[in-house]
Ligand binder design. Sequence first.
Ligand SMILES: Cc1cc2nc3c(=O)[nH]c(=O)nc-3n(C[C@H](O)[C@H](O)[C@H](O)COP(=O)(O)OP(=O)(O)OC[C@H]3O[C@@H](n4cnc5c(N)ncnc54)[C@H](O)[C@@H]3O)c2cc1C
Length: 522
Amino acid sequence: MAAVAEENETETKIESACYYKAIIIGAGIAGISAAHHLVKNGETDFKILEARNRIGGRIVSIPLGEDQVDLGASWIHGVLGNPIYELAVSNRLINLTNDQDPHAVVATTEEGKRVPISVVEEVYNAYFWFSKRCEEYFLLHLQTPPQIDSVGKHLEMDIAAYLQQYEGDDVVMRRKVFDHLLSRETCITGCHSMDETSLSEFGSYTELPGGNVRIPGGFSLVIDLLADILPKECIRLQCEVKHIKWKMKKQNESSKESNPSCDGAASNQIVIECNDGTKWHAKHVIVTLPLGVLKAKAEELFEPKLPEYKIECLENLSFGVVNKIYLEYDRPFLNAEISEVITLWARTEETDMSKIWFRKIYSFRRYTENILLAWISGHEAEFLETLSEEQVATTCTDILRKFLNDPYVPKPCKVVCTSWKSHPFSRGSYTYIGVKGSQRDIDLLATPIYADPYHSKPALMFAGEATHSSFYSTTHGAFLSGKKCAELLLEPDSDSNHKHEKNQQCTTDKDMSSWIRGIDLS
Ligand SMILES: Cc1cc2nc3c(=O)[nH]c(=O)nc-3n(C[C@H](O)[C@H](O)[C@H](O)COP(=O)(O)OP(=O)(O)OC[C@H]3O[C@@H](n4cnc5c(N)ncnc54)[C@H](O)[C@@H]3O)c2cc1C
């Protein structure tokens, strides 16, 4: 895509006077998917405006040592019905015969004491069912118990009842394993604490069967594949959208005459202004901005302001912070059979973040022979973003030496930490439904907006992971949401006198998510 970046510099102001059928804001997987489907169907009258100097958004693979590591998405979540899996398999990005690494864990305490794997397995098993119980409220339309509005509270209730059968050290040991699982769950969900996650909506996220599959060459290969068929001039990088004027008055005939090059102006009623001074005109806009960006910027971005229901759903939905820490070593030091070191922390009363942030690290996982990966969520993940690589390297080495009871654990030669919260074009990691929110908020966020009720197609369409009601937070959810918007644009223009119902969904319900939902309900 370097060619695209160079292209930007030579593009002249003539382009800023051009008109497109559609503008796509954001070149993450949702935007690239929309563009891919447009081009595949012969539609090239569009432009993607992307603020960063690269495409991919929250999908970005970088070299570390001899390997590729993913700073954002790395797993294809689920196989059956997952379009990303289909894409990866048909393009040989994954090795079907060898995608299951043997997984052997060691679980240890701060004192370096090993906890028997039988205990870990027992607690994992109990936790699995406790979490399934939480999903049932949504799936079976059950009333949640009084005073229990969050997944965290419900899990604590089940954990407390479970631990009653044990005494002394047996309780302490199991409690630590439950706390490890709770920290892990916050990374999966994308929240700070499971106390923030809605109990009644927990089951709204649909898990596709088949487990998680990693793309050895890096997740960016999926973006490269999708972007491969796009004409290179259709993407403009380093172009931050500042204003979307989506209800412009129609140009009158006289102004059209004075500017004969603007033949399409009368029907291109949306004007997009960018930080580089360019202006773009279009009939339709597909907004794929991350929820974090919309939450922070929607008020100043849209003119006129978005309808009240849209502002409300932006407020109700939650955008969490999850970060990754990659530790690269000169040589492997973990026993070759161990793939994950589970860190079982004791609880602490300490509140000074500089003394506790690392206690949210629930494991160090072997990523490749020489690389370990730790995940961290919430306030602790935000604090991580303030630290230097040296500070993180020292802290992680201390942790590993203590937990493995081995003073010779080497220091990593390189540390890479992500900082999704501080990045202005992501402002967090992914969407979750907090206690204030509901799946309906996602549907409302996805609802397209018509500049005029008599228009046959919407002015503003919304895509991105935060707009998929059952696959939110994932790459496949983002991919499908972009495809849906493209399908709507590709539909033949119907009678312009056709009046649209309010809140019409941007959906043709042709994608696999509806199929999966159908299975779940049957
Ligand atoms: C740490 C982490 C781990 C993850 N792990 C997984 C995983 O294993 N599996 C999985 O399926 N998903 C995972 N995800 C989630 C997945 O990455 C996202 O759901 C998906 O990539 C979102 O795609 P998107 O197109 O909706 O948004 P984005 O990728 O965020 O794309 C939006 C684009 O808009 C651009 N933009 C922002 N502001 C402006 C502006 N003003 N003007 C123009 N452009 C703008 C951004 O630069 C960005 O390119 C992970 C995410 C993170 C952060």
